[in-house]
Design a protein around this ligand. Sequence first.
Ligand code: IMP
Ligand code: MG
Length: 191
Amino acid sequence: MKTAHESEHLRILLRRSAIERRVRQLGRQISADFRGQRLHLVGVLKGASIFLSDLIREIQLEVSLDFISVASYGQSTRSSGQVRLTKDLDNSIEGLDTILVEDILDTGRTINYLQRVISQRKPRSLHVATLLRKSGTAVKQVHPDYVGFEIPNEFVVGYGLDYAERYRNLRDICILELPGDVKPKSRPVHR
Ligand code: IMP
Ligand code: MG
């Protein structure tokens, strides 16, 4: 039986081995940059949960973690342009060297919003790590300190990233091609 899902095509963009290597490098770099310090990671649910789980095990420091959640995309591949906090931090981050861990930087609205929210909680320092950064889609200026991969302006899934809550469990990061999809490159930047 043919389902709607079968007409969605997946094309591998980043293999699991490449992701694993890069996450290990990021972990080493973070460990070196914060040597001798205690570190606090804040993951953005749900997309960054898998990246954070792998990253934290590559960090050779005393490290704690927390999660925050925002709503932005809903069930579509387009940003609503609105960001709303749906789950706050469990613990205070006052005085902590904090890294905000995100799966993907697209328009920059989510990280821009979270940087403002988290800064108000008086961390000792606030850095940003994102596994992926799409090129040419920024609306808000965000300067992440750690970027795993620069990727083209395509909708991607896997390794935590979803389309309508599906595909988060893929080990590779894949480009999702939807039936009759308007090619992302021809999409307006401001969306
Ligand atoms: P921004 O606010 O436009 O930077 O978008 C960031 C958020 O949108 C991420 O946390 C993702 O949840 C979601 N997002 C952006 N691009 C993609 C994609 O290609 N695949 C899956 N989710 C995406
Ligand atoms: Mg996300």
